[in-house]
Design a protein around this ligand. Structure first.
Ligand code: UD1
Ligand code: UDP
Length: 368
């Protein structure tokens, strides 16, 4: 049996770990320990997804909670170290680019476990993004790197990572989307909110570069104020964003918009139903750029860069400059196209990425 610790901690990690746990279980060759760091802890940012996506209950929850980057990373490391010492894994698998990813990766490698990084190689080349630092460092210490798109292969080659460590396997987040699409269609969230398919847009915002600076955020909100005059907006608000604007004038402006429906974060199936039927998505999320590509829904990414360029070159995504005018001008352009965009499905985004990961790890046993 291959002894492996699988790590998750923040919302996007849960969609990624779900098919991996399933593939390991089905393979019958893995002894797994699922560790939740507790980076995200609200029911709607964490527990909900375990039920919806049939993820096994974590064997251990480190319950670290929120903190500054240094505090959160250090707390995860301190609490994760005894777990690794006790379980003595052959491998530790981490996903994505959050603080839990690098914190657990660093601990595991120093204790002699081989590190597996799922969703490796993505680069925004923007060091102001905390995730970019997490990505670069995690890849540097990983022994097996699983890649979602060709740009990841190219980036790792440029950084001198040995070819034999790198495997293009597809996208585990898309495994989850394809496995749940039919189930999500059964959600009655549109009816319960009085929405009609293709007659609303979905918004998510949580990148510190957008929501920690309220002067910058004001430019985005000002564009929403104009757009909602003709298209309903549905905004499940991330706790970082909610905490930043609660009690401020900007928060009051968001609440005052007649055609903007402000929600707590919603479950995965409800969110998938909302995005699949939206005319448009406006977001700064990483994962949602990929999901809209598969769903064929136009995505305006409110960021100066993306680490997921295939969603632009092949998918339905485009970057939008962070001024009110630019947001409105791209919106107008999409409106003249009746919000109809075409794209193709990136290689291996076919629902089988986790299966490929399990097979590659089993085959790699001989090499280590
Ligand atoms: C984190 C990730 C980011 C990812 C995002 C997904 C890092 C550096 N950032 O950002 O890459 O895109 O998750 O959603 O790892 N909070 C709650 N309840 C929760 C969780 C957080 O209220 O369950 C609030 C706290 O005030 C906290 C803030 O949100 O301080 C930010 O949480 P944190 O995990 O530090 O960063 P995110 O912005 O969520
Ligand atoms: N998501 C969700 N409910 C919401 C908003 C997003 O289930 O209210 C899902 C979304 O479908 C995607 C994931 O959360 O699968 C993306 O997470 P997030 O945007 O928080 O992180 P990022 O991808 O930017 O790291």
């Amino acid at each position: 049996m291959i002894k492996i610790i699988c790590v998750c901690g923040a919302r996007p990690n849960f969609m990624k770990i779900a098919p991996i746990m399933r593939a390991f279980n089905e393979s019958g060759q893995f002894e797994t320990l699922l560790v939740h760091t507790g980076q995200h802890y609200d029911k709607k940012m964490s527990h909900l997804f375990f039920d919806e996506l049939n993820i096994p209950k974590p064997d251990i929850n480190l319950e670290v909670g929120s903190g500054s980057h240094a505090v959160q990373t250090a707390e995860i490391m301190k609490h994760f170290e005894p777990v690794v010492l006790d379980f003595q894994p052959d491998y530790c698998l981490v996903v994505g680019d959050v603080n839990s990813t690098i914190a657990c990766g660093m601990v595991a490698v120093k204790l002699g476990a081989k590190l597996i990084h799922v969703e490796a190689g993505l680069r925004s080349f923007d060091k102001a993004m905390p995730e970019e630092i997490n990505r670069v460092l995690t890849d540097r210490i990983s022994d097996l790197l699983f890649i979602t798109e060709q740009s990841g292969i190219d980036n790792l080659k440029n950084e001198g990572v040995a070819d034999e460590k790198v495997h293009l396997v597809g996208n585990v987040m898309i495994d989850t989307l394809l496995a749940n699409k039919e189930k999500a269609e059964q959600s009655n969230i549109l009816e319960s909110m009085g929405l009609t398919a293709k007659q609303y847009a979905v918004i998510t915002l949580h990148r510190p570069s957008n929501v920690d600076d309220l002067a910058g955020l004001e430019k985005i909100i000002a564009a929403f104020e104009v757009i909602q005059e003709e298209l309903k907006l549905v905004f499940p608000i991330h706790p970082r964003t909610r905490n930043n604007i609660d009690g401020t004038e900007l928060g009051a402006r968001v609440k005052a918009m007649e055609n903007l429906i402000l929600l707590e974060p919603v479950g995965y199936l409800e969110f998938l139903k909302l995005t699949a039927n939206a005319a448009l998505v406006m977001t700064d999320s990483g994962g949602i750029q990929e999901e809209t590509t598969i769903l064929g829904v136009p995505c305006m990414t409110l960021r100066p860069n993306t680490e997921r360029p295939v969603t632009i070159t092949e998918g339905t995504n485009q970057l939008v400059k962070l001024t009110t005018e630019d947001i409105l001008s791209v919106y107008d352009e999409l409106k003249t196209m009746n919000f109809s965009v075409s794209g193709k499905i990136p290689k291996f985004w076919d629902g089988k990425a986790a299966e490929r990961i399990a097979k590659t790890i089993v085959a790699a046993q001989d090499k280590f």
